[in-house]
Each structure stands twice: as structure tokens, then as C-alpha cells.
Design a protein around this ligand. Structure first.
Ligand SMILES: Nc1nc2c(ncn2[C@@H]2O[C@H](COP(=O)(O)OP(=O)(O)OP(=O)(O)O)[C@@H](O)[C@H]2O)c(=O)[nH]1
Ligand SMILES: [Mg+2]
Ligand SMILES: [Zn+2]
Length: 258
């Protein structure tokens, strides 16, 4: 389940089993299917000060949890002096992660995304407000029917222009699901997704002396050893612990492995 932590509202864009549903208009007891079998998730972010590796990682955890192929789409390369640095930072999150950089307003640039949006294919776009999700949908459809709005100059954040999830059909037969930007993506029930994105940490932790090692000051912690010898980094360690704590906020006590 997706929850907007600022409003506390369940967004429920990516439901379990890869099903997109909503409450039926006019009858809150009924659920209405919006889309089933989303093939690809476009995790949209911009090459500007709002870019955050930690945020991308959260969306990636969600994609793994739901079982949808993620593609990171970095917009606004036309406004950045160093879009490749943003792309490199995104690619470093996970080996093999697909990262595309685009000018969302330029049809020629956005054309590189067409391969995921063929006939019968459904792509959902997720990302913070103002990153250019609706702009991408407009450009891919060769239309400007969806409202978009300039971001705030002070901090490059958006104005929550899109307020409802909506499917948009492409002429070639694909479907794009435009969604409202979220203030902050909170993860629940995402242990499997976290383990996939941080599989190097999970692997190292198998060698900790204590099976429920907290990877702090416990003796024989293989994770701390890997950080000390440079195999793993402490910045990713911090992000891993933060997500894991949100996922299961229970403290544990050292217990010797059998
Ligand atoms: N220069 C430039 N501007 C872009 C690009 N992508 C989006 N924009 C602009 O960024 C602003 C925000 O774009 P939107 O498409 O409204 O963003 P959104 O992600 O749909 O935002 P919400 O609906 O609030 O979630 C608009 O002014 C767009 O024209 C890009 O690649 N280059
Ligand atoms: Mg929008
Ligand atoms: Zn440990």
C-alpha cells in the first residue's frame, strides 16, 4: 500500500498483485478496476535540486515488492548542466537499473520511452509533484490535454497539479497511468522489496555472529566489517536501516546463532 505521509491518505496506486483499483464514483462500497497488469513503472525524477537517491530507492523497493519492471526516467535534462551526473547517481543504486534521461517537452527526446509503451502495454508513472509526469504523458500522446504547472523556483517542488489517477491511451495502443505526485512515499509490507534493493547488505548480514544482529556495535557484525573494509558504504547502510525500521519498527536483542 502506498501512503502519502503528509496527508495520511492511502494512495493505493500499486496494489498487491499488481492491480490498480479505486473506489467507484458514487458508490464507496464498490471497487472499480482502473488497470490490471501494469507492465512497467516509470519512476520519474528531475535533474534538479529536488533529485534524491533515497527517494528513488523507495520507489524501487515498491517496484520490486509489487513485481513491476522499473525504469528510472530523469526529466529536465535541458535545464541541467550535468544530467549525466544525475543519471550516474541513479544507475549506482542497483546494478542493471534502467535509467533514461529526457527533455519531457521534446517529442524526439521522449521517443526513447516508446519501447515500453507498445500495443497492449501499460506503464504507470510515479514520482514527486512537479517532476513532469503529466508533461511526459502529454508529449507521448502528442497532446496538451492534461494540465501541467510550473514548479516553485525556491525549492523546485511541484504544486500538486494532477489530483486523480487517470489512464491515457496512446494512439499505438499502449496505456499510460498518470498519478498525482506524492509528498513522501512511505512503505509498508515491503520487506521483500527492501531485501532485493539491498541484497548486498542482506548477504553480508548472513555472516554476522548473531542471527538477529542489529549491525551496530554487536561483536562479529559482518555488515560493519564490510563497511570498514569499503565493500559496503555507510550512506547506503543508513538508508537501508531507515527503510527496515519503517518496515518493522521492533527492537531486537542479540541472540547467538545456533
Ligand atoms: N524544461 C523542462 N520542463 C519540464 C520538463 N518536464 C516537465 N517540465 C515542466 O515542469 C513543470 C511540472 O510538470 P508537470 O507535468 O505538471 O509535473 P507532474 O509530475 O505531473 O506534477 P503533479 O501533477 O503535481 O504530480 C511544468 O511546467 C512542465 O512544463 C522537462 O523535461 N524540461
Ligand atoms: Mg501531473
Ligand atoms: Zn551485523
Amino acid at each position: 500500500m502506498l501512503i502519502d505521509s503528509a496527508t495520511g491518505q492511502p494512495i493505493r496506486v500499486l496494489h498487491r498483485m499488481n492491480l490498480f483499483k479505486r473506489r467507484a464514483p458514487g458508490d464507496p462500497r464498490k471497487e472499480q478496476m482502473i488497470a490490471a497488469n501494469v507492465d512497467t513503472l516509470f519512476i520519474v525524477a528531475s535533474c534538479n535540486q529536488d533529485f534524491s537517491v533515497a527517494r528513488l530507492e523507495r520507489y524501487l523497493v515498491l517496484a520490486h515488492e509489487v513485481g513491476v519492471n522499473p525504469v528510472v526516467v530523469l526529466t529536465k535534462i535541458d535545464l541541467s548542466d550535468n544530467p549525466e551526473e544525475f543519471a550516474a547517481a541513479a544507475r549506482a543504486i542497483e546494478p542493471g537499473l534502467l535509467v533514461e534521461t529526457v527533455n519531457g517537452r521534446d517529442p524526439a527526446s521522449v521517443a526513447r520511452l516508446a519501447s515500453w509503451c507498445g500495443k497492449g502495454e501499460t506503464v504507470a508513472l510515479l514520482g514527486s509533484s512537479g517532476v513532469g509526469k503529466s508533461t511526459l504523458v502529454n508529449t507521448m500522446r502528442g497532446s496538451d490535454s492534461i494540465a501541467t504547472q510550473a514548479i516553485r523556483a525556491s525549492d523546485a517542488t511541484g504544486r500538486h497539479t494532477t489530483t486523480v489517477r487517470e489512464m491515457h491511451r496512446l494512439e499505438r495502443g499502449g496505456w499510460l497511468l498518470d498519478t498525482p505526485g506524492m509528498r513522501e512515499l512511505q512503505l509498508t509490507d515491503a520487506a521483500a522489496g527492501i531485501s532485493e534493493v539491498f541484497d548486498d547488505f542482506v548477504l553480508a548480514a548472513e555472516n554476522c555472529r548473531f542471527s538477529n544482529c542489529g549491525h551496530g556495535s554487536e561483536p562479529g557484525c559482518a555488515v560493519q566489517a564490510a563497511i570498514a573494509d569499503g565493500t559496503l558504504t555507510s550512506v547506503r547502510f543508513d538508508r537501508w536501516r531507515k527503510l527496515a525500521a519503517e518496515e518493522s519498527p521492533t527492537p531486537s536483542y542479540p541472540k547467538a546463532r545456533r
